[in-house]
Design a binder for this molecule. Structure first.
Ligand SMILES: Nc1ncnc2c1ncn2[C@@H]1O[C@H](COP(=O)(O)OP(=O)(O)O)[C@@H](O)[C@H]1O
Ligand SMILES: [Mg+2]
Length: 510
């Protein structure tokens, strides 16, 4: 690639956002932000949760009007009042949550909304989508219904949809948050091809290794303001993290030296509908057992069965020697099991409720908080909420705001606060840092290590191998609902990778 291709040179910027300010009630999401996008660059936009990345790009994509500032595309002042306007000037955006239509095929989704799209010749349309996919190396079958696709494939369809409309600038809002390591590599191959073809990509992420790998330039936002612009060659992960958070961030935490005790959780030949095909495992007190695996191999089913959200078909689940298989969530929590669900929006919090209501979720029938059936002791609950918010540094204006108004990191802190406050014997943590930025990840990791230090048993289910390495004392791999290997905490990733792909059970030194 030439310097000009990488956006150096004298060519005028393709897009200029100039002095963009966008306020929401009580918050300045973007504060006088100026940003230039050049032709043929991957421009990473990074920052902590709530820094204003999505808002800035939604302004560019015409979803929000800005309060002040202007946008120039190809040197000309433009008014972008809707996504339709954005697409008309060549700007497309793929959101964090996809908006595909399930029973329709890939092709139908790609051309949906195009004039005459639905009436097109099917073979011809499939061929055109296949050609487009081929051009940039997207692996996807045009004739397949979208409901059969993996998350990674759905994302490809969303990108193809934008490309089909001829966009030159493609905004990807945290595209890798939902992908496996392999899917991320595939996406990066696609992005490199797009860049070679002269497209411009805005890559929003807070995974710094990825940003350093794929970006040509990096802009860092903090609290709505641009705090710096740099290039991968001129910076490091530690420098970027410090720019994002405003303080130095540790990437390796000390694992506390704890004597591992007797078994707290013992699962024997657990089977369930869907994806549990005979799982046996044990977690001891003071131990973090890491369950590694590509998502969709039974992780969700395992966690939900252990906490009582799903009924097992057979097998036993013992906590402290008591069989809890098939009991309900309330009973299982009562035995001393806490749960950080992988989807804090579906299971961790009720977003439309206040922080104080969320703080007592799952314990609302505890006599501590309930005077009689349905009669909540609001004052006690609010006192609990205030304590949790303070202890876990949940940044919110008050405990009366809705959970939906918090950033992802602060939502997760609230879940953690509630789940850890009860001093569980066993903590089940499922993808506990998904979608969080480095500052919040560090916080969550520290809390999990503190649980170990306090002698609790932790079952850590994570698709991030980095996270497993950072925390686990022992690692097992999950593949198609079975445990396919057991590894020491320092086993090489290639070995663990074999287990993640179903490889033979490794012999363990005992
Ligand atoms: N639709 C909205 N209404 C009110 N506040 C919002 C809205 N969208 C974002 N915000 C607030 O604006 C700030 C920036 O959010 P956002 O752009 O989503 O950050 P990021 O994408 O960097 O995590 C946050 O404080 C967030 O709570
Ligand atoms: Mg965002």
């Amino acid at each position: 690639m030439t310097d000009e291709g990488a956006g150096g040179g004298n060519s005028p910027p393709l897009v200029v956002l100039e002095g963009i300010t966008k306020r929401f009630p009580g918050v300045v999401a973007n504060d006088d932000v100026t940003l230039e996008l050049r032709r043929g660059e991957v421009h990473a936009l990074i920052g902590e949760n709530g820094a204003g990345k999505s808002t800035l790009m939604r302004v560019l994509y015409g979803i929000y009007p800005s309060d002040s500032g202007r946008i120039l595309v190809r040197g000309e002042l433009v008014k972008i009042a809707s996504p339709r306007d954005a697409i008309a000037v060549g700007i497309g955006m793929v959101h964090q949550h996809f908006v595909l239509v399930d029973p329709f095929t890939v092709t139908e989704n790609v051309i949906l909304g195009e004039e005459g799209g639905a009436r097109l010749d099917v073979d011809d349309a499939n061929r055109r989508v296949a050609d487009l996919a081929e051009q940039y190396g997207f692996r996807v079958d045009p004739a397949r219904p979208v409901e059969d696709l993996s998350v990674g494939e759905e994302q490809r369809v969303e990108i193809l949809k934008a490309l089909y409309r001829g966009v030159e600038i493609l905004i990807l809002d945290e595209p890798t948050a939902v992908l496996t390591p392999q899917e991320t590599r595939d996406l990066f191959d696609n992005l490199r091809k797009l860049r070679e073809a002269g497209r411009t990509i805005v890559f929003i992420s807070h995974k710094l290794d990825e940003v350093l790998e794929i970006a040509d330039r990096i802009t860092v936002l903090r609290r709505g303001r641009v705090v710096g612009e740099t290039r991968p060659a001129d910076t490091t992960k530690a420098k970027l993290a410090e720019m994002m958070v405003g303080r130095p961030v540790l990437f390796r935490l000390e694992k506390p030296d704890v004597t591992i005790g007797g078994p707290v959780l013992r699962v024997t030949d657990l089977r369930g509908e869907g994806k549990l095909n005979g799982i046996s495992l044990e977690v001891r007190s003071g131990e973090i057992l890491g369950v590694a695996g590509v998502e969709g191999n039974g992780q969700r089913e395992l966690a939900e069965t252990l906490i009582g959200l799903r009924r097992p078909l057979s097998g036993t689940i013992e906590v402290d020697g008591r069989d809890i298989a098939g009991r309900n969530v309330g009973d299982i929590r009562h035995v001393g099991v806490s749960y950080i669900p992988e989807d804090r929006h579906e299971q961790g919090l009720v977003l439309s409720m206040t922080l104080w209501e969320n703080a007592v979720l799952g314990r609302q029938n505890d006599p501590q908080f309930e005077a009689g059936p349905g009669v909540l002791l609001i004052r006690k609950i609010k006192a609990l909420a205030a304590r949790l918010v303070k202890l876990f540094d949940v940044r919110a204006r008050s405990i009366d705001v809705k959970a939906s108004s918090l950033s992802g990191g602060n939502q997760q802190k609230l879940v953690l606060a509630r789940e850890l406050e009860v001093d569980p014997k066993l903590l089940i943590a499922a993808q506990p840092t998904r979608g969080l930025d480095v500052g919040a990840i560090e916080f969550v990791w520290k809390e999990i290590l503190d649980q170990k230090a306090a002698g609790r048993a932790v079952l850590l289910i994570s698709a991030e191998l980095d996270e497993i390495y950072a925390l686990a004392d022992r690692i097992v791999t999950l593949y198609e609902g079975r445990i396919t290997g057991e590894f020491a905490p320092d086993a090489p990733p290639e070995q663990i990778g074999v287990g993640m792909l179903g490889g033979e059970k490794q012999p363990v030194a005992s």
